[in-house]
Design a protein around this ligand. Structure first.
Ligand code: 4NP
Length: 150
């Protein structure tokens, strides 16, 4: 059985597609499955934002095949680890948890980098290209720490 990891943001077009692409690029796909989704239904079926696509491409990662999906309760059964990008996403997922086992799967992604600080990956949607590069670097460092614990 593969270990399954789900990255979650609001729209599933900016942050979590990058997180999925970065972590998947570092893991053996025979042993691990990495996916992403959004807590909202705003962009279901869409490709990642062109700025996320371009930022990933600059770092040698192709995320053009990803399509946005919405988080669903059955994801608690499918995934071993669920990483929301910010506290709002965290709260929205926790509200859907059916029991403690579901809740224990959910960890704010930047707590893997800066434990217990509850920092958010800033939403780059309304900003410029640099915001996406900053998000890339945070997620790249967080993913390195996630891998150390797997
Ligand atoms: P994401 O960014 O959650 O990182 O994918 C957003 C994308 C779209 C919207 C909000 C955040 N939106 O409101 O459409």
């Amino acid at each position: 059985m593969k270990i399954k990891i789900l990255m979650v943001c609001l729209g599933n077009i900016c942050r979590s597609p990058l997180a999925e692409g970065i972590l998947a690029s570092k893991l053996d796909s025979e042993k691990f499955q990495v996916d992403s989704c959004g807590t909202s239904n705003y962009h279901i079926g869409e490709k990642p934002d062109r700025r996320s696509i371009e930022t990933a491409r600059k770092h040698g990662i192709d995320i053009t095949n990803q399509r946005a999906a919405q988080f669903k309760v059955s994801d608690f059964d499918t995934y071993d680890f669920i990483y929301p990008m910010d506290q709002s996403n965290y709260n929205d997922i926790i509200k859907l948890a059916r029991n403690n086992n579901d809740k224990e799967k959910v960890k704010l992604i930047l707590n893997e980098l800066t434990p217990n600080e509850n920092l958010d990956v800033p939403d780059p949607y309304y900003g410029g290209e640099q915001g996406f590069e900053d998000v890339y670097n945070m997620l790249n460092n967080a993913c390195d720490n996630i891998i150390k614990k797997l």
